[in-house]
Design a protein around this ligand. Structure first.
Ligand SMILES: *[C@@H]1O[C@H](CO)[C@@H](O)[C@H](O)[C@H]1NC(C)=O
Ligand SMILES: *[C@@H]1O[C@H](CO)[C@@H](O)[C@H](O)[C@H]1NC(C)=O
Ligand SMILES: *[C@@H]1O[C@H](CO)[C@@H](O)[C@H](O)[C@H]1NC(C)=O
Ligand SMILES: *[C@@H]1O[C@H](CO)[C@@H](O)[C@H](O)[C@H]1NC(C)=O
Ligand SMILES: *[C@@H]1O[C@H](CO)[C@@H](O)[C@H](O)[C@H]1NC(C)=O
Ligand SMILES: *[C@@H]1O[C@H](CO)[C@@H](O)[C@H](O)[C@H]1NC(C)=O
Ligand SMILES: *[C@@H]1O[C@H](CO)[C@@H](O)[C@H](O)[C@H]1NC(C)=O
Ligand SMILES: *[C@@H]1O[C@H](CO)[C@@H](O)[C@H](O)[C@H]1NC(C)=O
Length: 451
């Protein structure tokens, strides 16, 4: 009955006014469209009285509810609502991904209202991001600490990884508290994660703790964790702490934040590896490291510097990036906050010349927070004007949260191809030369374009 209003985002597919490098061929993509937008977040309450009593007791303060992360599963979009301020009644919730009734659907707490209860350590407290793997396991990062933007953050519960097997339908939560000697409950900030479904399932998690940033590795098979540090690539840098967007300037020195996982590849000695990409929020650089290095527990014990020989600085972006997302073939999507831009990079090309603008709009693209893919070839972008939130200048008379969608024909890195392990000693030296030749052709191609 009701029409869903779609606003076309004025997407500059390969913006004409970009640098010369943007002239090379970019596959045509459908423009991004707004599918949902909210001035403030409201919920599906258990009764109208509940909404009123939550409002009466300041347990629900509409302008304090920020939408941050987004993930797709089974025709639903799951969204995270980190409890940075007071008055956030639930920290994880869902909406239908496809419906025609409203542009501002009410959020349904997930798994339930009870499992989002503030102060109950069996329930979710502060979820910044989640991932859903290829076996339908939802991996939830619960920091346990709430009020992170208030003068008195409260470490209510231990930082934990919470797993839910979505296949079963009963949404039972398996909570794994992280050991205090590795993850300090007062300072850790479990920000984002990628899941690597092999050899017992690993999560690589960015911890943007202001005092001890790093990448935490969690192995699901034995629930073991370790933390790897590299100050040089995981810390904010002074020249990138200022964010200028929509007439507002914010100073945010935030450490390692976005993380993405590339497709499997075979190394010279025929082992299988993957590249992990990451960047601090307050930095212009993109970094890469091989997953096999992160999975080496002994590097966790060696402290800062142990990782340094293995970290590659891929080069710079024109602005800062919050979340990013890889597809199954190695195409990386990320935001450029100060440029109101969504960008992509084919990771088989040189980062310095291979970045492409796929959408730019100063009104609709105000702080890209996170991305997700669905199972029909669409990519979704969560835009949340975070600069207004951290400056405490959110106006609920304006649209603050938008979900944009575009058809790309791609799917998440989660569904990347599994390479078969080496079959025998006969294959020791095959294939290695091929990528080298391909890479040099690619470089020639780019130097030609650059002339
Ligand atoms: C909320 O507060 C109003 C005004 O004080 C009061 O009339 C109402 O009964 C309260 N509602 C609930 C559900 O507590
Ligand atoms: C929404 O509307 C479109 C066009 O009218 C229709 O094709 C689609 O099936 C509808 N989707 C749902 C979930 O109702
Ligand atoms: C965390 O902070 C609380 C309260 O200030 C303190 O009692 C506790 O010792 C701290 N824990 C750690 C691991 O620093
Ligand atoms: C990962 O390992 C491969 C094979 O050993 C190597 O060629 C590549 O440079 C490494 N990548 C990074 C980011 O260090
Ligand atoms: C892990 O790192 C240590 C210390 O650098 C090194 O000696 C060891 O060979 C590495 N293990 C693997 C499996 O790569
Ligand atoms: C992108 O944003 C940065 C600030 O983050 C600014 O210095 C730069 O000029 C912008 N570039 C373009 C092409 O808009
Ligand atoms: C990425 O680059 C590789 C090598 O140039 C190419 O084969 C592939 O088609 C590209 N992917 C996309 C989606 O353009
Ligand atoms: C900020 O964004 C709003 C909403 O798109 C727009 O109406 C306003 O003009 C923008 N302000 C500035 C200073 O860019």
């Amino acid at each position: 009955m009701l029409l869903l209003v779609f606003y076309a985002v004025v997407a500059a597919v390969v913006a004409q006014n970009d640098k010369p490098t943007a002239k090379s061929v970019t596959p045509h993509r459908e423009q991004f469209r707004v599918i949902y937008e909210w001035r403030s977040v409201d919920f599906e309450w258990e009764s109208p009285d509940d909404r009123e009593s939550y409002l009466n007791t300041s347990s629900y303060i509409p302008k304090n509810v920020l939408i941050s992360g987004i993930n797709f599963y089974g025709d639903n979009l799951y969204m995270t609502l980190p409890r940075m301020l007071n008055g956030v009644p639930a920290t994880l919730a869902m909406i239908p991904a496809f419906q025609n009734e409203t542009t501002a659907p009410k959020l349904k707490p997930f798994p339930s209202w009870a499992q989002n209860k503030l102060g109950d350590c069996a329930a979710l407290q502060f979820v910044q991001n989640i991932e859903i793997d290829r076996n339908s396991i939802m991996w939830i990062l619960d920091n346990g600490r709430v009020g992170t933007l208030t003068p008195k953050p409260d470490s209510k519960c231990p930082p934990s990884i919470v797993l839910i097997d979505l296949k079963t339908g009963n949404n039972e939560m398996e909570r794994i508290p992280l050991p205090g000697d590795i993850v300090n409950p007062n300072t850790t900030y479990l920000n984002d994660l990628v899941v690597d479904n092999r050899d017992g399932d690993y999560a690589y998690i960015t911890d943007n703790s202001a005092v001890d940033p790093g990448i935490i590795v969690f192995r699901r098979s034995d629930k073991k964790i370790w933390k790897l540090r590299d100050k040089r690539s995981m810390s904010s840098v002074p020249e990138a702490t200022l964010f200028r967007i929509n007439g507002t300037t914010v100073n945010l020195p935030v450490n390692v934040d976005g993380i993405a996982l590339g497709p499997q590849f075979r190394t010279e000695d025929q082992t299988i590896d993957r590249t992990v990409y990451y960047c601090p929020l307050s930095s212009y650089h993109m970094y890469a490291i091989n997953a096999s290095i992160l999975r080496n527990e002994s590097l966790g014990e060696q402290g800062d510097g142990a990782l340094q020989p293995y970290v590659v600085d891929l080069g710079t972006k024109t602005s800062q990036t919050d979340g990013m997302k890889m597809d199954s073939t190695g195409i990386l999507f990320y935001g450029l906050i100060g440029n109101s831009t969504i960008a992509e990079w084919n990771t088989t090309t040189d980062f310095r010349t291979g970045q492409r603008t796929i959408a730019r709009d100063p009104n609709y693209i105000q702080w890209v927070d996170r991305f997700t893919f669905d199972d029909r070839g669409n990519i979704y972008v969560m835009v949340n004007r975070l600069f207004n939130f951290v400056k405490n200048q959110v106006s609920i008379e304006e649209v603050n949260y938008r979900i944009l969608r575009s058809h790309t024909g791609l799917k998440s890195y989660i569904y990347g191809e599994d390479l078969s392990p080496p079959s025998g000693p006969g294959h020791q030296h095959g294939g290695a030369a091929v990528p080298t030749i391909a890479a040099s052709i690619l470089l020639l191609l780019f130097s030609h374009i650059l002339v």
